[in-house]
Ligand binder design. Structure first.
Ligand SMILES: NC(=O)c1ccc[n+]([C@@H]2O[C@H](COP(=O)([O-])OP(=O)(O)OC[C@H]3O[C@@H](n4cnc5c(N)ncnc54)[C@H](O)[C@@H]3O)[C@@H](O)[C@H]2O)c1
Length: 327
């Protein structure tokens, strides 16, 4: 089991880093803002809750102790479902500092109810298009895909040959994306089909970019898979969860692991499951135990096929071919 431990080294390394994040007005993102600001990072925080976002930024600026390391925070109203709105957040960071070191898309929402429960899933109910489902997938999936694309463009090594050389030489990679998946990205979660679908999609991004982005762009990518974390998102669950004696994360537990992944210049491809404040990289176990759960021959064949496919060059459907099919 690959346990992951937070160390104060992450706080030292965070000083001076330029970090772009969404969903930072409260909850886990809000905790991250506090910790990274106190460590001396320059934060560009996007959220559509202007009142809470501005209040958090103002309280940090007014806090002499928290400001002692030279941290700065810029809050901007962002609706992550609006592409230009996300882009403007990145543009603000680059205009101020000329570069970005880390990008974290915290913003997401819970399950849209009323579509799959026995009493709501009826032939009659099908007459109304369930647009709330599309909206939630837009928020939890599409916005994250867009966020990653913008982040990679701003953080990439612009010279592909130099990127390959740096990767081959195992040079440290300061630039990184930290995705926010969930326990719902790795395990069964009945009753929340849209949320679990969206968080599995986030894991898809991790598994697609982790072997690719460090080689092509010198950008690392890791993901958080927190179990229940004490924020308003799980308000309806918190009391009974704690009463059942189940481990509960505090938002700062998850925030610290985000900072660890952001600042550890070797760490890539981790999916850190966090429960009761403790983290373990499940991707490590997932790969190592493949022969156990899929058999040795399947594992060998799968690895061979991955090597054959490489980074997707030459076989991934090209833009031209799908355009031709459409026409
Ligand atoms: N709380 C948990 O138990 C838990 C567990 C696993 C994963 N997560 C994930 O952690 C992340 C943070 O969740 P949280 O628990 O802190 O929730 P939260 O509701 O406290 O915070 C989410 C933030 O995102 C913002 N947001 C929502 N929609 C937005 C939009 N369209 N544009 C801009 N901002 C928007 C909200 O205003 C809020 O500030 C989410 O990705 C969530 O799925 C949470």
């Amino acid at each position: 089991m690959a346990e992951v431990h937070f160390t104060d080294d992450a706080l030292t390394k965070a000083k001076g880093k330029v970090i772009v994040l969404t969903g930072g007005a409260q909850g886990i993102g809000g905790s991250f803002v506090k910790i990274a600001y106190t460590a001396g990072a320059h934060l560009f925080v996007g959220d559509w809750d202007v009142e809470k976002g501005e209040a958090l930024a103002a309280s940090l600026r007014a806090d002499k102790e928290a400001s002692a390391n030279g941290g700065t925070v810029t809050f901007q109203r962002v609706d992550v479902t609006n592409y230009k709105s996300q882009l403007a957040l990145f543009e603000a960071a680059v205009a101020a500092h000329g570069h970005i070191d880390t990008a974290v898309p915290f913003a997401a929402g819970g399950e849209p109810r009323g579509f799959f429960e026995p009493e709501t899933l009826t032939i009659e109910s099908l007459q109304a298009e369930p647009t709330a489902i599309r909206d939630r997938l837009e928020l939890n999936v599409l916005s994250v895909v867009y966020f990653c694309r913008i982040a990679l463009a701003y953080m990439r090594n612009p010279d592909p040959d130099a990127a390959q050389r740096a990767y081959d030489a195992k040079e440290p990679m300061p630039k990184s994306i930290v995705l926010i998946a969930s326990l719902a990205g790795i395990a069964q979660n009945p009753g929340v089909p849209i949320y679990i679908t969206s968080k599995h999609a986030v894991m898809g991004l991790l598994r697609s970019f982790a072997p690719y982005a460090p080689v092509r762009y010198n950008v690392r990518i890791n993901a958080m898979c927190p179990s229940a974390t004490n924020t308003r998102m799980i308000d309806s669950l918190t009391e009974s969860w704690v009463a059942a004696g189940l481990p509960m994360n505090q938002p700062e537990d998850v925030a610290r692991y985000v900072l660890l992944c952001a600042t550890d210049e070797q760490r890539n491809g981790n999916a850190i499951y966090i429960s009761g404040g403790k983290g373990v990289d499940i991707e490590d176990g997932y790969v190592k135990t493949m022969p156990v759960w899929m058999g040795l021959q399947h594992t060998i064949d799968l690895q061979a096929s991955r090597e054959f496919c490489g980074l997707g060059d030459g076989w991934v459907e090209t833009k031209t071919s799908w355009q031709e099919k459409k026409e």
